[in-house]
Design a protein around this ligand. Structure first.
Ligand code: BV8
Length: 236
């Protein structure tokens, strides 16, 4: 690694949670009861069949209680605790494994399973129950207006200005466990390179955007990420 790395942006995708037992989207385990994510994770699907979509997210929210962070999540949390420069972990994942491992400088650009968005009062609140049961909003107490606080296809990802600023200021952009299939996240490597950052990918298979990266390491996140964190912390 270059010695003059101060500011780091890390992007993670479903591959970082795979070894915790959380299904990825486009791998062999990537379908949910025969549904492609693209067919369920849309406002149109929610309008057409809210119960199906709520059940899709209720099932994934319940699954969170049965899984634990893995070595990759823990290594990234260690980096968060010890890195003296700027560090922003941007996750596409809607699970809570990065925060449970201890990452603090973290944002969920595609939302979170453990958050509910009330369409009656527009407030968001922590939620770990069953949304298909028409529970009341903790803020306005009205029932039947909660939707998963998830960014669906066709919806604007969260905190894009903050992400773009971090990409403009970073010296190193690292992409871990993502297929590079979904935008705008898949375009972050090009933005980072445009601003002169070094770029590193760690993935089980080369992503769709692998050719954009200066360096690409092939393997499981649970193996590659702890080694990389040890390497970069050795250089500080
Ligand atoms: C938007 C929440 C605009 C749902 C998700 C062309 C150009 C630009 C945009 C588009 C375009 N065509 C269509 C679009 C729009 C669309 C898009 O990109 N579609 C794709 C399918 C082409 N994008 C959007 O709609 C986005 N919004 O563009 O808004 C806009 C502008 C103005 C105003 C309003 C709107 C919103 C996208 C967000 C959709 N929501 N998630 C949910 O989670 O239920 S996306 C979904 O895919 C997940 O968030 C997931 O994180 C994301 C990406 O998937 P990955 O994380 O990469 O997972 P995947 O399974 O694909 O890959 C896993 C990888 O890990 C693999 O490479 C595998 O090899 C690797 N792996 C596996 N095991 C391991 C491993 N690696 C390491 N170790 C292991 N053990």
């Amino acid at each position: 690694m270059q010695r003059d790395i101060q500011n780091i942006v890390i992007l993670t995708g479903a591959g970082v949670s795979a070894e915790s037992g959380v299904a990825t989207f486009r791998g062999p385990d990537g379908l949910w009861e025969g549904h492609r994510v693209e067919d369920v994770a849309t406002p149109e699907a929610f309008a057409r069949d809210p119960d199906l979509v709520q059940k899709f997210y209720d099932a994934r929210r319940a699954k969170l209680r049965t899984v634990e962070p893995n070595a990759a999540h823990r290594a990234l949390a260690k980096l968060d605790a010890h890195w003296p420069g700027d560090l922003l972990l941007v996750t596409q994942n809607v699970d809570d494994l990065h925060e449970r491992a201890g990452s603090k400088r973290l944002l969920h650009m595609h939302g979170e399973l453990n958050s509910a968005w009330c369409l009656a009062c527009d407030e968001r609140s922590r939620f770990d129950g069953v949304m298909a049961d028409d529970q009341a909003c903790p803020h306005c107490q009205q029932s039947g207006h909660l939707r998963p606080d998830i960014v669906w296809f066709g919806e604007m990802p969260y905190q894009m200005e903050r992400i773009e600023l971090a990409l403009a200021q970073c010296d190193l952009f690292v992409s871990i466990g993502t297929s590079g299939a979904v935008y705008p996240a898949a375009g972050f490597v090009q933005s980072a390179r445009h601003y002169g950052a070094q770029t590193l990918e760690m993935n089980l298979d080369p992503s769709e955007g692998s050719f954009h990266f200066h360096e690409s390491r092939k393997g499981r996140a649970g193996d590659l990420v702890p080694d990389w964190v040890a390497e970069i912390l050795r250089d500080i």
